[in-house]
Write a protein that binds this ligand. Sequence first.
Ligand SMILES: [Mg+2]
Length: 187
Amino acid sequence: MQRFLFLDRDGTIVLEPSDYKVDSYEKIDFYPGVFYWLGRIVHELDYKLIMVTNQDGLGQERLPEELFWPPHRFIIKTFAGEGIHFLEVHIDRTYAHENAPTRKPGTAMLQHFLDEGIDLSTSYVIGDRLTDMELAKNLGAKGIWINQDPGLGANEIHFAKNELEKVISLKTRSWEDIYYHLASLEP
Ligand SMILES: [Mg+2]
């Protein structure tokens, strides 16, 4: 059964800037250890990578296209240079108050996985917000909560915290921990 890692971008593979938008090259800080440890995950373990990111106001005044895409492409290209390729990249552009089904924790950007009846019980969502953990629950996957800030996304979740805890497989601040956690689950 094919396994997937649904990866958040900001706060997970790059650090979250203080104003929550990566709109210049200067604001790209890769998460410490992510190239080495995610590289080992990809090269040693059989997961395909899917990026799923909320980019509030992309294409509007908050985050103009011309400021978003060059750093985003640089991030993707830099990972590709380390042999870390994303099979799919899904970007939602809405704000939380719009309650769009495409916005995490909504699954609409990943509807094709659900439509095809793909069993995601051995797949993971890795992200820094509770909304990422709720996405895991909504997909029938498990969650890895990196760099967890209980405040981030707390106003956008629909399940009680203890319901989300059940899908969280690991809480950590370290990509090294994520590698060893996933490697320990190998048959
Ligand atoms: Mg994030």
